[in-house]
Design a protein around this ligand. Structure first.
Ligand code: ZN
Ligand code: ZN
Length: 338
C-alpha cells in the first residue's frame, strides 16, 4: 500500500451531481504533523451524503468520496499525534478538523468552529479504504460498542444528542421528534434515557409500531400530530421535507423550542405572530461538541443504546443509497469497508 510518500487507496467517488458512485483508485499523501490516516472498517450512510451527492447543498465539491460516519484503525500518524496509538480503533463524524483556537473552540463549541473542515467536502470521506483526518476531530471508541454500531453514532448519534443536550430541556418535558430515520430513532433512545417524555412523529405509517418499540412514549402520524395543541415543550425536526410550518408550530406549548437538525430545501414560511404569542423559540443545532461526542459514546456503552442498522458491503453502496432515498432503510445503512 505504501508507495514512496503516498498511500494507494480505493474509494467510491461521486464524480458529478446525481450520479452513481464509481470505484476508483487514488493516492493519499503521508500525514502532516497533526494528521491521522485511518484504515476504514465501517462507514455509515447519512442523508447529508445524499444531499452532497445530489448537489442539494451548494458547498458540495466534485469529485469526492462521501461518507462521514467512519470507524477504523490508526494506520499512520503525524509526529504531533500522541493521544492515539497505531492500530487503535477510532471514529470520525461530519467534521474533519477543528481549529481549536477560535472562541467557539475554546468555549467547547467546536461544532461552531470558525475554521472547521468537513470530512467529505473538499476532501475524500469514508467510503474508501483509507481516510486522512486532523487529530482534533478523531475520537476514541469505547470497547463495548461494536464497530458497525459505532459508525452510526458518529454523525446521527452525535447530532441528535447535541440537540437533546444543549437547549436546557427539563427532565419530564415532552419532546417530539419529527422524522424517524437515522437521527430520529437514536433521538428516541437517547431522549428516553435523558428523562424526557418522547413522542415520535412520522409520515410513514408502518414506522408507528417501531417507534414504540424504540422506547417512545407515544407515536403519531404527521396528520394526527398537527391536531394537537400546546403539547410539545421541545420539537426536533430531523426531516428534510418542506412542511406547512404554521401547522407544525400549532402543537407547540407556551415557551417551547423548535429545533432543526436538518435543512428543508425551501425557506420557512412563517409569520412572526405564528410564534410570538406563545413565545416559541426557533433554533437549529449543527452537529455537536467534542464533549457531547464523548458523553454520547459513554452513554451508548453504559446503557446499551445502539442504532438499528442494516449492513451492506461497500460494493453495494449504490444499492444502499437507492434504498435510503426510497425510505427503505430501518434505520441506518452501514457499509463494511475493509
Ligand atoms: Zn451525517
Ligand atoms: Zn475553531
Amino acid at each position: 500500500m505504501l508507495t514512496g510518500k503516498k498511500i494507494k487507496t480505493k474509494g467510491y467517488f461521486s464524480l458529478k451531481a446525481k450520479s452513481n458512485l464509481i470505484e476508483q483508485n487514488f493516492y493519499i499523501n503521508n500525514p502532516k504533523r497533526d494528521e491521522i490516516i485511518i484504515k476504514v472498517k465501517y462507514c455509515g450512510l447519512c442523508q447529508s451524503d445524499i444531499k452532497l451527492i445530489n448537489k442539494n447543498w451548494h458547498f458540495a465539491k466534485f469529485p469526492f468520496v462521501p461518507g462521514h460516519e467512519i470507524i477504523g484503525e490508526v494506520f499512520k500518524k503525524g509526529k504531533n499525534v500522541k493521544k492515539f496509538s497505531l492500530n487503535e480503533r477510532v471514529g470520525v463524524g461530519w467534521f474533519s478538523k477543528f481549529c481549536m483556537k477560535c472562541k467557539n473552540c475554546k468555549d467547547g463549541n467546536e461544532n461552531m468552529c470558525q475554521r472547521y473542515e468537513l470530512t467529505c467536502v473538499g476532501r475524500n470521506g469514508g467510503f474508501a479504504n483509507f481516510v486522512k483526518i486532523d487529530q482534533s476531530s478523531v475520537f476514541k471508541i469505547p470497547k463495548k460498542i461494536k464497530s458497525s454500531h459505532a459508525a452510526s453514532l458518529l454523525c446521527a448519534g452525535w447530532t441528535i444528542f447535541g440537540a437533546l443536550k444543549n437547549f436546557n430541556i427539563k427532565k419530564g418535558s415532552t419532546v417530539g421528534i419529527l422524522g424517524i430515520g437515522g437521527l430520529g430513532h437514536l433521538g428516541i433512545k437517547f431522549g428516553k434515557k435523558l428523562g424526557y417524555k418522547m413522542v415520535g412523529i412520522t409520515e410513514t405509517k408502518t414506522k408507528l409500531k417501531d417507534i414504540i418499540k424504540l422506547g417512545s412514549n407515544e407515536a403519531y402520524h404527521f396528520n394526527q400530530f398537527i391536531k394537537f395543541k400546546n403539547k410539545f415543550d421541545y420539537l426536533i425536526i430531523t426531516s428534510h421535507h418542506n412542511y406547512d410550518w404554521k401547522a407544525v408550530i400549532k402543537p407547540m406549548a407556551y415557551d417551547s423550542t423548535l429545533c432543526f437538525v436538518s435543512r428543508p430545501s425551501k425557506d420557512l414560511k412563517l409569520n412572526v405572530f405564528d410564534f410570538m404569542s406563545k413565545r416559541i423559540k426557533i433554533t437549529a443545532s449543527p452537529g455537536s461538541s467534542k464533549k457531547n461526542m464523548v458523553e454520547m459514546l459513554k452513554m451508548s456503552a453504559k446503557y446499551n443504546i445502539y442504532p438499528n442498522i442494516q449492513e451492506f458491503k461497500i460494493k453495494e453502496i449504490n444499492l444502499a443509497i437507492k434504498r435510503l432515498i426510497q425510505n427503505k432503510i430501518r434505520y441506518r445503512a452501514v457499509m463494511k469497508v475493509f
